[in-house]
Design a protein around this ligand. Structure first.
Ligand code: R5P
Length: 273
């Protein structure tokens, strides 16, 4: 593996434990100004300090993120259809040159296994990896699920393995309560989980804890952080699970403590250092 690829991966995954807390704020690329993301700058700015990398589109990056940030940027580079159309009809929307110009640490693309355009989205991933390898750019494959498919270990395992076989360096998938460890086992590259729809904070912490216990390398989470009643407290609770071995209940206590603190500076320092 070349130096550039290694360096980027080392900025995505914490060097002491190999884990990552990625903050996903890319939903607008097909959903528009969805709940919690009407003003992305306001949503992102208090959270930026707490994520290991931020997953966004180039439009939000250029318009809403201060270029003096030290937070590594992961770019979503696929898109096309809106929420009103056929979601699997995606293509590569952002070039490798642009990702390099924006100093990205990685690029992310969706594949739609079990959907109408399954084959094209998987070829898109292959093309993106071919180009990314030339520039030492890690590729995250986001395994979107077919409408008819159960989000179970068999299906998720299939999608993750295909993504890794085509060359993805990291795979994002959903957590499944049964046999998630088999999904991880069958995928030779690190898996991070998406959070999915907003659920109660304690449930989201349990999901994250279980995923990490069963071998996930971290989270690339959006709605369960930015739609939380207290996003800043929630991202720190998630960090505590991913990086500090907190159980879900311990992290929930931390969430409540931070939520109820007027000035949470001291607690923040404790968790981030
Ligand atoms: C889809 O909109 C994106 O790939 C999201 O980044 C992904 O689903 C993670 O976000 P959430 O935790 O809200 O599911």
């Amino acid at each position: 593996m070349d130096w550039g690829m290694k360096n980027r991966l080392s900025r995505i995954f914490n060097q002491s434990n190999g884990k990552a807390v990625m903050l996903a704020i890319d939903h607008g690329y097909f959903q528009g100004p969805t709940t919690g993301l009407r003003n992305p700058r306001e949503t992102i700015s208090p959270l930026l300090h707490y994520c290991d990398s931020l997953f966004v589109t180039r439009g939000i990056l250029r318009n809403c993120i201060n270029p003096n940030t030290n937070t590594p940027i992961f770019l979503r580079v696929s898109g096309g259809p809106s929420v009103l159309g056929e979601l699997s009809n995606e293509d590569i929307t952002t070039s490798m040159k642009e990702a390099l110009r924006l100093n990205a640490v990685g690029v992310g693309i969706s594949i739609f296994v079990g959907e109408k355009n399954e084959d094209r989205t998987i070829s898109n991933l292959g093309r993106l990896v071919n180009e990314a390898e030339d520039f030492g750019m890690p590729v995250l494959a986001i395994t979107a699920v077919g409408k008819e498919m159960e989000r179970d270990a068999r299906y998720l395992g299939l999608a993750c393995r295909i993504a890794a076989e085509i060359g993805a360096h990291i795979v994002k998938t959903y957590y499944c309560a049964e046999d998630f460890e088999k999904v991880v086992e069958g995928c030779p590259v690190p898996i991070v989980i998406a959070g999915g729809k907003k659920i109660p904070e304690l449930d989201a912490l349990h999901m994250s804890y279980n995923a990490i216990s069963k071998g996930a390398a971290g989270v690339d989470m959006g709605r369960n952080i930015f739609q939380s009643e207290n996003p800043v407290a929630m991202i720190q609770a998630i960090r505590a699970v991913v990086h500090e071995n907190y159980t879900a209940n311990e992290a929930f206590e931390l969430f409540n403590r931070l939520k109820n603190m007027k000035d949470d500076t001291h607690a923040i320092e404790k968790i981030t250092h």
